[in-house]
Design a protein around this ligand. Structure first.
Ligand SMILES: [Zn+2]
Ligand SMILES: [Zn+2]
Length: 80
């Protein structure tokens, strides 16, 4: 899919693109987190919430966090 306004494209059914700040998010949960109700649904910088971007600039949960992401869950068990 491609945003008509900023020209970014992305793929993946679960991904969300914000029409206000034009960031792309790996899941709806990350999208929701950047627009907290406490700020009146204003777009926040996801980096402030410790989110990270992958090499395509898509915001997602940091690997170190114990969030349960519905997508791929590694079974190898990371070392910290
Ligand atoms: Zn936004
Ligand atoms: Zn856009």
């Amino acid at each position: 899919m491609r945003c008509r306004q900023c020209g970014k494209d992305w793929s993946g059914l679960k991904m969300c693109h914000c029409s206000r700040c034009h960031r792309t998010f790996s899941t709806l949960a990350v999208f929701d987190a950047h627009q907290p109700a406490s700020t009146g649904w204003d777009c926040q910088d996801p980096a402030k919430n410790k989110f990270v971007t992958d090499d395509r600039g898509i915001w997602k949960y940091p690997k170190t966090a114990r969030y349960t992401e519905s997508e791929t869950v590694s079974t190898s068990g990371g070392t910290s």
